[in-house]
Ligand binder design. Structure first.
Ligand code: BGC
Length: 372
């Protein structure tokens, strides 16, 4: 009796220590019959994140607003099959190379490689069947101060035209401080190039109540990389001072997004640009803040990557429907995609996207939520 009581008390103690939990369950199945699973990470502060095996995708992210109301703050679909059929990369883990590689060509050590051109003349987000459309494996889940899910994927040598067998993990963890941490790691069997990131579309109003034009955005970036008309960097690192790209102090997204005098705004149809994050790449540092005045939700993004792609959903045109059969339109979300710069394999003076055998690639992203 005494013993039983002690055991229960001990369990109780452990229960307090295990503040955040990870659970695993079915998410659905694809048209070809393959099963999709999901891990849900839940903390005691009202947040939960659902990650599905298809694309190691952040399928939903529930965050309390200033009055404690819990709502989903990321765009996506209700069913797994829709993620396959409609290429918007909602919440997906993107690879092997997030963003563009000019004309789908690069060379390494004198050898040329040709990739699919799936975005006009360029290669985008790893090609027609990138990591977002692959089934990842759940390696482990665990509860504790950080609830954690480790997913993995092995990309065969030559997959989508890239050299080397690439072993990739995506580790999502959630703590009680409302920090969702995401870490991508990879090793390769041959020299290769890569750029892994997460492509969440944030709408902090919750269930897309409003578009993001009124969101206040801060980007810790004194420079960005201007692009040509096909969104390939020209190689220049341009100061943001005096341009619509100066977000060093908070600005409403909508204030300068129609400034057609700026050629870069015209090329991007708004914001679709890589910002060079201030400070030393490799160290985790604050890169971006988004504040949604209506709900009071605030998102702070810290990164180890040299750059962050700020994209305002410019290519969403109301022709596809997301969760709850809601039409997604231009300006309905903000993407903040930390990584190396677009088209780095073709720019020797950009931070390198090369990975050699024996090295471990790491890209760490922390999304911290709060209210004001
Ligand atoms: C790119 C956009 C693209 C979007 C969806 C972003 O990372 O910068 O140009 O339309 O992803 O594919």
């Amino acid at each position: 009796m005494k013993f039983a009581f002690a055991a229960v008390a001990l369990l109780g103690l452990c229960g307090t220590a295990q503040a955040a939990t990870a659970t695993r369950g079915a998410f659905g199945q694809l048209a070809d019959g393959s099963k999709v699973e999901a891990v849900t990470l839940t903390n005691s502060a009202g947040m939960s994140a659902k990650i599905m095996t298809l694309g190691a995708t952040l399928q939903s992210l529930v965050v309390p607003d200033r009055s404690g109301k819990k709502e989903d703050v990321v765009l996506g679909y209700d069913t797994a099959q829709e993620y396959l059929s409609r290429p918007n990369y909602f919440g997906a883990s993107v690879g092997r190379y997030a963003n563009r590689i000019a004309k789908g060509k690069f060379s390494l050590d004198g050898k040329s490689f040709t990739l699919a051109t799936n975005d006009g003349p360029n290669h985008l987000h790893g090609g027609p069947k990138g990591f977002d459309k692959r089934m990842w494996k759940i390696d482990s889940i665990s509860s504790g101060p950080d609830a954690k899910a480790v997913l993995s994927y092995v990309s065969a040598d030559g997959e989508e035209g890239y050299p080397g067998e690439l072993k990739v993990t995506a580790t999502y963890s959630l703590n009680d401080q409302n920090e969702l941490k995401l870490e991508y790691r990879a090793t390769t069997s041959k020299p290769t190039v890569l750029n892994l990131t997460n492509h969440s579309y944030f709408n902090l109003s919750g269930n897309d109540a409003r578009d993001v034009m009124g969101n206040m955005v801060t980007l810790d970036a004194a420079r960005f990389t201007p692009v040509d008309a096909t969104l390939i960097p020209t190689g220049e690192r341009r100061a943001v001072a005096g341009t619509p790209f100066d977000f060093r102090t908070p600005h409403r997204v909508g204030d300068r997004i129609r400034d057609a005098k700026d050629q870069q705004i015209r090329f991007g149809r708004g914001y679709d640009h890589n910002f060079i994050v201030d400070g030393a790449a490799g160290s985790l540092r604050h890169a971006a803040r988004v504040e949604e005045p209506g709900s009071g939700r605030v998102l702070d993004v810290s990164v180890t990557a040299p750059g962050i792609q700020f994209y305002t959903g410019n290519f969403m045109d109301g022709t596809f429907f997301g969760k709850g059969q809601r039409a997604y339109r231009q300006g309905d979300a903000i993407c903040l995609e930390p990584g190396v710069f677009p088209d780095s394999p073709n720019h020797k003076d950009f931070p390198t996207s090369r990975l050699n055998p024996g090295q471990t690639y790491v890209n760490t992203i922390v999304y911290k939520f709060g209210t004001h």
